[in-house]
Design a protein around this ligand. Structure first.
Ligand SMILES: Nc1ncnc2c1ncn2[C@@H]1O[C@H](COP(=O)(O)OP(=O)(O)OP(=O)(O)O)[C@@H](O)[C@H]1O
Ligand SMILES: [Mg+2]
Length: 335
């Protein structure tokens, strides 16, 4: 459905100097700054996939989405969406896609929401019958009825986001681009939006590309993720594989009467492993001891068993590496 081949985007802007003198210098200077926001990225997304596109601030996510929607032209490379080049054939591409930018609305600010939908119906040439069916579905999953007659400017952020998502879906696009669709929303509305996306994907096999900083969006919706860092694609694969690769760390946290003594225990001798295979730490407050290890090297049950034989353990908690930690580590160290 989406075929991106070696696309790059370089932004060129006039170099800025500070102060009034600087502004004048900027006017006459020919110096330019170059910013390679997207650097030779390729990927393929099949019909019906929900793909999470993640990366830290300024990594190049929105720029990629803008090239896939035809808003920006790539400096190099090509992109095909449903067989259409979004830049060369914007009108045909528009019929195939729906876009939601969480940061700003696509709706007419002063018009009642219902009017925006009527206009979109005309723009996308949606038949009366299709419109009825679509609205019934959108009302059910997004509860648009609640505020359908209100002007968009009066809507709360959560209502506006539901309205924007509904508007992007009115013409039943094959591909839905969502750039931070849950930004600033409360937990209930976030959940509504996620359920709606899931349902739309299942019912219509809509392909979804989602950028987000909310790891829960990814966990709930995406089976595959692309990670971009400084314009380069550094990971393309399943969420499960990423977790398998990086999520094998376990922590056993135990409440014990004498953590300092527990931390001295020669676990490696009891378990006949090397000292490097685990780390043992006490917390500053001094009531717990933590054993951290790779689950491929040590068994959680063995660690707990040995500790319980040698010290009195009052409470135990086992912690897995969370996806948020994995992503944080990747953003700061690369894959
Ligand atoms: N029109 C532009 N002119 C110059 N530089 C730009 C322009 N648009 C984006 N950039 C730069 O390109 C880089 C990538 O920006 P982009 O908006 O794609 O990041 P992002 O991954 O969406 O980040 P965020 O998570 O903050 O939304 C940034 O360094 C940004 O400053
Ligand atoms: Mg962005």
């Amino acid at each position: 459905m989406i075929e991106v081949r070696h696309i790059s985007k370089e932004f060129v802007s006039a170099k800025k100097y500070p102060g009034l003198k600087g502004a004048l210098k900027g006017l006459v200077s020919r110096e330019k700054t170059h910013k390679l926001a997207v650097d030779d990225i390729s990927f393929h997304i099949g019909k019906g996939e929900i793909v999470g596109y993640i990366g830290s601030n300024g990594a190049g996510k929105s720029t990629t989405i803008k090239m896939m929607t035809g808003i920006l032209t790539p400096t190099e490379g090509t992109c095909l969406v449903g067989g259409v080049d979004p830049c060369k054939n914007r009108r045909k591409n528009a019929a195939n896609i729906g876009v939601v930018f969480g940061q700003r609305t696509q709706l007419w600010w002063d018009l009642p929401l219902s009017e925006s939908f009527t206009i979109l119906k005309e723009i996308y040439d949606v038949s009366d019958a299709d419109y009825e069916e679509r609205m019934e579905f959108l009302n059910r999953v997004l509860n648009l009825d609640e505020f359908f007659s209100q002007p968009v400017r009066n809507l709360s952020l959560g209502q506006r986001m539901r309205a924007d998502l509904g508007a992007a879906l009115l013409h039943n696009p094959k591909v839905l681009y969502l750039d931070e669709p849950t930004i600033g929303l409360d937990l209930v509305v976030k959940d509504n939006i996620r359920v709606a996306i899931k349902e739309i994907n299942e019912k219509y096999q809509t392909t979804v590309v989602l950028t987000t900083h909310d790891i829960e969006d990814i966990e709930e919706l995406c089976s595959r993720i692309l990670i971009i860092d400084h314009g380069k694609l550094i990971y393309d694969g399943s969420l499960a594989k990423l977790k398998e690769q990086y999520g094998t760390r376990r922590k056993v946290i135990m409440e014990v009467p004498d953590p300092a003594r527990a931390a001295e225990l020669p676990l490696h001798e009891y378990l006949t492993v090397s000292k490097e295979d685990y780390e043992i730490q006490t917390d500053p407050a001094g009531s717990t001891v933590t054993v951290a290890f790779d689950k491929n090297k040590l068994q959680v049950s063995d660690v707990i068993g040995q500790m319980m034989q040698h010290v009195q353990v009052k409470d135990i908690r086992v912690q897995e590496t969370e996806l948020a930690d994995i992503v944080k580590a990747i953003y700061s160290n690369g894959v």
